[in-house]
Design a protein around this ligand. Structure first.
Ligand code: ADP
Ligand code: MG
Length: 354
């Protein structure tokens, strides 16, 4: 009942927008399913404190699912993703019907852009850590910044997964730094699936980004009978969720991001693709991969292992529990947040305060 009242109140008071309210700015991105622009909301909407800088995605028919996902996130786990303002079907375009989606403009920096800088992770430090670190520049300090990024990413993922949403396109390009909350948030629910309600159940496998995708081809095991219709899925999917652990698809992708943060030499597309090939040859066993590359590793690669080996290898332990061949052997976002890798940071923060 409460949810019903809330939805009703929101209907009345939540601002809605239309095409004429938007002034388009520069293009931010272009995928096969739509174009993304920076935009501003026309004056009549920008009362004091209101949002003016926004992001507009003009999407094809797939935009319908993205609107649905964003509405769901808005109600269930708003802090996980960029602030969604409104979505509507726009018919006047020459290209035919388009879905227009509007978010708050969260900031300029994606994790992808930040990772490309030679300064990483120091370029992120002042953005996410309030107190200046006493530590000299070096691995301890870098590890602490990477920990904070990973914690924020896993927190956002836990929100989505607890809501029943699997993102399926977790990668640095889809993680934005929100200047308002000073945290990283997830964007781009264009490939997301909600198994609890059966929305976008199996289709669109072709959307998966091969650079970050887990080895399982389909998000549900092939033993799963054909996709149930929506009402059936509502009744069945919690069970299917338990059986197939589809959320672990995102965990694998997040693990690859952790790896890229620790190893500068794995940050380029080509080196990530090469890493994926090597890992496949090792049957997706990270320990086996380490054993093959470490003996003849470059100093840079060796430094990455050293970073993950800090504190009795607790970072390496977390990484290897995220990047595993079998989905059911991968750690969940919630369990990862409770992993001792993140304890140390709390202890350190305490010791800094004294
Ligand atoms: P797609 O990948 O389908 O083109 P995205 O939703 O990932 O679309 O958006 C494309 C790019 O636009 C992102 O990589 C990011 O740089 C920028 N962007 C998207 N949403 C926001 C937002 N809320 N605030 C700031 N920038 C955004
Ligand atoms: Mg994207």
């Amino acid at each position: 009942f409460d949810m019903f009242v809330l939805a009703f109140v929101e209907r009345i008071f939540r601002p809605t927008y239309k095409k004429d309210d938007l002034v388009l700015g520069k293009k931010l991105g272009e995928g096969s399913f739509g174009v993304v622009y920076k935009a501003s909301l026309a004056k009549k909407h920008s009362k004091d404190g209101d949002v003016t800088d926004v992001v507009l995605k003009r999407a094809t028919e797939y935009g319908a699912v993205e609107v649905w996902m964003n509405e769901r996130v808005r109600r269930a786990c708003a802090s996980s993703c960029a602030d969604f303002l409104y979505g509507f079907l726009e018919n006047s375009s020459k290209k035919g019907a388009e879905y227009w989606l509007i978010w708050r403009f969260e900031g300029e920096a994606t994790l992808s852009g930040l990772l490309q800088s030679k300064e990483f992770p120091y370029n992120v430090e002042a953005m996410i850590l309030r107190e200046v670190q006493d530590l000299p520049k070096g691995m301890e300090r870098e590890n602490r910044i990477i920990q904070t990024i990973m914690r924020q990413l896993l927190f956002a993922l836990d929100g989505l997964h607890s809501t029943g949403i699997v993102h399926r396109d977790i990668k640095p390009q889809n993680v934005i730094f929100s200047e308002g909350s000073r945290t990283f948030k997830i964007i781009d629910l264009g490939a997301a699936t909600d198994l609890r309600v059966g929305i976008n159940y199996i289709p669109k496998e072709f959307l998966l980004d091969p650079r970050y995708a887990a080895p399982e081809q389909y998000i549900m095991s092939t033993q799963t009978p054909s996709a149930p219709s929506a009402p059936v899925a509502t009744a069945l999917s919690p069970v299917l969720w338990q059986l197939n652990l589809p959320d672990r698809f995102d965990i694998y992708s997040a693990g690859l991001m952790f790896l890229q943060m620790a190893f500068p030499s794995l940050r380029s597309d080509s080196s990530l693709i090469q890493f994926n090939r090597q890992l496949k040859r090792c049957d997706y066993n990270l320990v086996a991969w380490r054993n093959t590359v470490e003996p003849r590793a470059s100093p840079e690669l060796r430094r990455g292992f050293e970073l993950l080996d800090l504190d009795d290898g607790i970072g390496w332990e977390l990484l290897t529990s995220m990047v595993r061949y079998k989905a059911r052997q991968r750690i969940s976002a919630k369990a990862a947040l409770a992993h001792p890798y993140f304890d140390r940071e709390g202890l350190l923060a305490l010791s800094f305060m004294q």
